[in-house]
Design a protein around this ligand. Structure first.
Ligand code: UT7
Length: 333
């Protein structure tokens, strides 16, 4: 029987650079509380959020993605012409088709890369890193841009007490490329469709359009149930990613969890028994929860502030609607 040619890629993959775009407008809790009968104190106590960023009309999904990607490429020292894969994790590019990834790739100047969007909600960025790492090692890409981007304010109901104060906008990006040493550990990922309805678009588009007065089907969340799941189940996933990377929590320099809620971050860190030496991302305090963008934004902040130094081991973990989750240990670029 004829056998087909097979390709193999680089021995290992690594994060080579990270970039971010934070919308200009800073929105304090005080601006939101009246519509949801809440208070600055309650929001800070329950979520750790003080302010968040809301995108203006010019700060589109594409614009924010391009800005974050340019910074990541510059940090990596890679030209856009070398990028042959663009993966965009998002749930707020509001076109059913086409995906936004080819438009972003073209604006960046990447020549005919594989370019597609990835729908895994808040877990999307870590899915993208796992996928890019596998593609590079399998030989189906050499340099990949993985972007996490959201304009959640387009699908946010600012009168909904359960979501209005949580979600926000922004973009983060990393360049993933070949490496002589293992710098992205195995991705531990999965989903729990039994809890499919906990975070969701309120209605199917067909039901919306069948209505006499169609309104945007906003994002809804059963916050307490998600909180319980995230605080307990995700610590186990994080520990599994550490173990599968062949290290222990004592080897970690940083912990960069999805920026959902400061109390979830603290509960996970306690449950994983992270030593005091591990620096913990707390970007949610003034960025809010930016879903797919939250992990790269938080990593970027830590790198910029010197809390994550090049060569440190960082545990990334993201979780959200689906329910979907993904985690991996990476070497900080
Ligand atoms: O990114 C995807 C993953 N998402 C997450 O991981 C988010 C997970 N969930 C959360 O972060 C939290 O559930 C929230 C921050 C959304 C809510 O905090 P909570 O501690 O779970 O509050 P709760 O929903 O259990 O409500 C507690 C109390 C209730 O009052 P009673 O029944 O105790 O009298 C609510 O009516 O707080 C009340 N409440 C509010 N009060 C002021 C609920 N929402 C608000 C509000 N302002 N916005």
């Amino acid at each position: 029987m004829t056998t087909l040619a097979s390709v193999t890629g680089a021995p290992h993959a690594a994060l080579l650079g990270v970039g971010a775009y934070r919308p200009e407008r800073i929105v304090p809790n005080a601006e939101l509380v009246e519509a949801i009968e809440s208070s600055d104190e309650w929001i800070q106590q329950r979520s750790g959020i003080r302010t968040r960023r809301f995108a203006g009309p010019e700060e589109s999904v594409q614009m924010m993605s391009v800005a974050a990607s340019r910074e990541a490429l510059a940090h990596a020292g890679i030209d856009a012409s070398q990028v042959d894969a663009v993966i965009v994790a998002t749930v707020s590019h509001l076109m059913q088709t086409p995906a936004i990834a080819p438009a972003i790739a073209t604006e960046l100047g990447c020549p005919s890369p594989v370019a597609f969007d990835l729908s895994a909600a808040c877990a999307g960025f870590c899915h993208g890193v796992g996928l890019a790492s596998d593609m590079i090692r399998a030989g189906s890409a050499r340099y990949a841009l993985v972007i996490g981007v959201e304009r959640l304010t387009d699908i946010l109901d600012l009168t909904d007490r359960g979501t209005a104060f949580i979600f926000a906008d922004g973009a983060g990006a990393v360049v993933v490329g070949p490496s002589e040493t293992a710098a992205i550990g195995p991705t531990v990922w999965g989903s729990d469709g039994e809890q499919y309805d906990l975070i969701r678009q309120r209605e199917d588009w067909r039901d919306v359009m069948a209505s006499d007065s169609p309104v945007m089907p906003h994002l809804t969340m059963q916050g307490s149930a998600v909180f319980r799941w995230a605080s307990f189940a995700m610590a186990k996933v994080g520990l599994e990613a550490v173990e599968r990377a062949g290290i222990t929590v004592d080897d970690l320099g940083c912990f960069v969890p999805h920026q959902a809620n400061m109390r979830i971050t603290d509960a996970m860190a306690r449950s994983m028994k992270l030593p005091d030496t591990v620096r913990i991302a707390r970007d949610v305090a003034d960025q809010g929860n930016t879903s797919a963008a939250s992990v790269p934004l938080a990593l970027h902040r830590m790198v910029t502030d010197g809390d994550a130094r090049s060569g440190d081991l960082a545990l990334l973990i993201a979780f959200g609607a689906g329910l979907a989750y993904a985690a991996q240990v990476v070497v900080v670029p």
